[in-house]
Design a protein around this ligand. Structure first.
Ligand SMILES: Cc1cc2nc3c(=O)[nH]c(=O)nc-3n(C[C@H](O)[C@H](O)[C@H](O)COP(=O)(O)OP(=O)(O)OC[C@H]3O[C@@H](n4cnc5c(N)ncnc54)[C@H](O)[C@@H]3O)c2cc1C
Length: 389
């Protein structure tokens, strides 16, 4: 049979972490699944590359908080299946003013997640390598830590293939012809047919959605990733410094950091914001203001780091207006399912996102309240549910 004759149960477009996790889950459930990626793998032109991401259970929103237990179990399953360490459980410390963290504590309690609340003086004595404002408190999330991003992405893709899935890179889908059998055309001249399609396109979402008459309210931003050199080697190693999120760090934006691990002696600390950019021209934008803001923050908050970045890399966020995800069917074509708007916090969620999207493909009801992830939440006149998340 030629590839033109095959009708897949599902075609997933986009082999970032969300598409790869979804394809893995579908193949594991016995669905004949094709995963298409526009670039040759591995690549750094999406949002899922790099060595590390923060994991945490400490979420303010009830919906995410409820997902995190099962999500953690799924990460463990993947780790066992691939036989490689994907996670360093060094903990995650979330800091802010008390009013910002009350809700997080409520959610952690509701979901019986292990954590410890820290007063300002307790933080000072336990983490003398960080200087925080006097009115700050903290939550130490015991199950938080570092996900090894490149390894996790590879693990999903390798396990997907082991479960019988087909992965084709270098296949940019440029047209979508909806129908009971959806036809996808790629720039190499191939076309592929599937009963269901999942689009997990990261920053390129609206380019392809335009072919289906849909545009989502997404904003693509360039995030500079900074690595800062320890003045004394080992001051911020994972045994002395966990993953770190300052929720109220800089003019309303949070700042997050990971201990020195991926590059010896260098600590990754970044602003959770950046300039708007076209993902095809990500170099054509000035992000000097981010660098300057970060240098001031590092000088003030991390006395044992050199406040001039040693390395600067880039990554891309695809933000929705409320910074929450879209996990939904296409409003016109119910066998086209969309995953978008991960807004800089989607990596850790990939296993549960894969399960939810697979449920939608298989017409099963996901175990979580899907109202929060609906495309229609921003419809004119519609109620924006995000404030109740
Ligand atoms: C600097 C940075 C730090 C982050 N830190 C964290 C963190 O600590 N914790 C956390 O949970 N999350 C974090 N995130 C967010 C997380 O990494 C993203 O939410 C996640 O990687 C998004 O994955 P994705 O699969 O949606 O997108 P992508 O990784 O961009 O994948 C989309 C894929 O689709 C492909 N594609 C697009 N269009 C087509 C087409 N037409 N045909 C074929 N293929 C196509 C693209 O090439 C790409 O490979 C961070 C992100 C960045 C940038």
């Amino acid at each position: 049979m030629s590839k033109e004759d095959i009708i897949y149960d599902v075609i997933v477009v986009g082999a970032g972490i969300e598409g790869s996790s979804t394809a893995y889950q579908l193949a594991k459930r016995g669905q004949s699944t094709l995963l298409l990626e526009q670039f040759l793998l591995p690549h750094s032109r999406g949002s899922s590359h790099g060595q590390t991401r923060i994991n945490r259970r400490a979420y303010l929103q009830a919906t995410y908080s409820a997902m995190m237990k099962q999500n953690a179990e799924e990460w463990n399953i993947l780790e066992k299946e691939c036989g490689e360490k994907l996670y360093n459980n060094c903990g995650t410390l979330v800091v802010s003013r008390p009013s910002m963290l009350e809700g997080v504590e409520t959610r952690l309690n509701a979901n019986k997640a292990p954590y410890r609340a820290l007063t300002g003086p307790e933080m000072k004595s336990e983490f003398p390598n960080v200087t925080l404002p006097d009115d700050y408190v903290g939550i130490y999330d015991y199950q938080g830590g570092i996900l090894f991003a490149d390894k996790s992405l590879r693990a999903f893709q390798e396990q997907f293939k082991k479960y019988g899935g087909t992965l084709r890179d270098g296949e940019q889908v440029h047209d979508v012809i909806p129908g009971d059998i959806v036809i996808l055309k790629t720039t190499t001249g191939n076309q592929f047919r599937g009963r269901n399609v999942v689009l997990a396109l990261g920053p390129y979402t609206n380019n392809l959605l335009a072919k289906t008459g849909l545009q989502l309210p997404l904003q693509v931003v360039r995030i500079p990733i900074f690595y800062w050199k320890e003045k004394v080697a080992g001051m911020y190693s994972p045994d002395k410094f966990p993953c770190f999120i300052d929720e109220t760090a800089s003019e309303g934006e949070s700042i997050y950091g990971l201990p020195s691990l991926e590059y010896p002696g260098l600590v990754k600390i970044c602003l959770h914001a950046g300039p708007v950019v076209d993902p095809h021209k990500r170099e054509d934008v000035d992000s000097t203001w981010v660098r300057e803001r970060m240098m001031k923050y590092i000088a003030k908050t991390f006395p044992w780091l050199n406040p001039v970045p040693a390395i600067e890399e880039t990554c891309i966020y695809t933000n929705s207006p409320d910074k929450h995800l879209f996990l939904d069917r296409h409003p016109k074509y119910e066998n086209i399912i969309i995953a978008a708007g991960f807004s800089g916090h989607g990596f850790k969620l990939a296993p549960i996102v894969g399960k939810i999207l697979s449920d939608l493909v298989q017409a099963k009801t996901p175990a979580f309240d899907m109202d929060w992830f609906k495309i229609s939440r921003f419809d004119k006149g519609g109620e924006n549910l995000s404030s109740k998340l």
